[in-house]
Write a protein that binds this ligand. Sequence first.
Ligand SMILES: *Cc1c(COP(=O)(O)O)cnc(C)c1O
Length: 360
Amino acid sequence: MARVWNFSAGPAALPLEVLEQARSELPDWDGSGMSIMEISHRSKSFLRVAERAEADLRELMGIGDEFAVLFLQGGATLQFALVPMNLSSPGDKVDYLVTGSWSKKAVKEAGVLRSVHVVADGAASSYTDVPDRSAWHLSSDAAYFHYTPNETIGGVEIHAPPEAVRAPIVADMSSTILSRPVDVSRFGMIYAGAQKNIGPAGLTLVIVRRELLERDTSHLPAILRLSAHAKEGSMLNTPPTFAWYIAGLVFAWLKRQGGLAAIGAANQRKAELLYKAIDSSPFYQNPVAPSCRSWMNIPFTLAHPELDVEFLRLAADAGLTNLKGHRSVGGMRASIYNAVPEDAVHALIDFMGDFERKHG
Ligand SMILES: *Cc1c(COP(=O)(O)O)cnc(C)c1O
């Protein structure tokens, strides 16, 4: 077996232990003579998996009973629409912070339905910095405040929930959820596509304060109502059962790693190693302001962009894959989510040093 070091931004690396467990359980799950993909989502045996996954997630993140936890489909992109539909009414003001590509998309989608107020926009720094909290213009009466704690493409991360925001805080945590401890009680809603730090694509996690679901949404079809999903235990229709099961294995794996405090310390160490390698070389560069550099997605450029193709080719030969930067920014991007071990980061740093010596 030849596993590579996979720096994909998403769908991204999963822990090998999880893949191996899934493989061993695949043909005959729980003595059923079937795989977990082939059984009813309403069977006792699947319900045990579903409940265990939710309980482990609640324990890992410290999610209180005042929150519903939903296992949905449609990606973070569907939530761009469901957030305004479910957490505000026509005519309400909704506040958005713009820090890069994903928050811009969230604004665009919300703008179809509501009058969006942008509280601040990082355009002046080309989204390499987050506008200072003192320069945000929050509405006094917004239905909610939305932001993107980690911009997956730009590699910009807001390391703590913002202070002094009166409206319920809604966060697209797709690429940072479970990467460190977070005080869930500070939020109204957290959502995340699974394919970065949770499990396979096809599952979307929503953690939402139950009181925010009390609004009358009877004008919406049930499938678009978060309250209906909450009421039906995420089984309003057939949920993504296999992805839910794998997410459960990942949650159990995270607990075995020591939970989010331990994983957060490991992630911080991994990121610091890579930023140090980039900053100490004249050949590599990361454009992001040090105070908001992502622990998860680290873009970097080479001094000579004409070497990008050669860098990627030799990296792939060395077993380091998916380092190409997003098509909108070019250069490189190393995504070092929970399942990417420190050994992968060391291998990348060694490779970067070798490449610089030969081509720098
Ligand atoms: C990947 C990503 C998305 C898009 O997620 P989908 O599941 O493809 O809809 C949205 N926001 C952020 C921050 C992301 O990283």
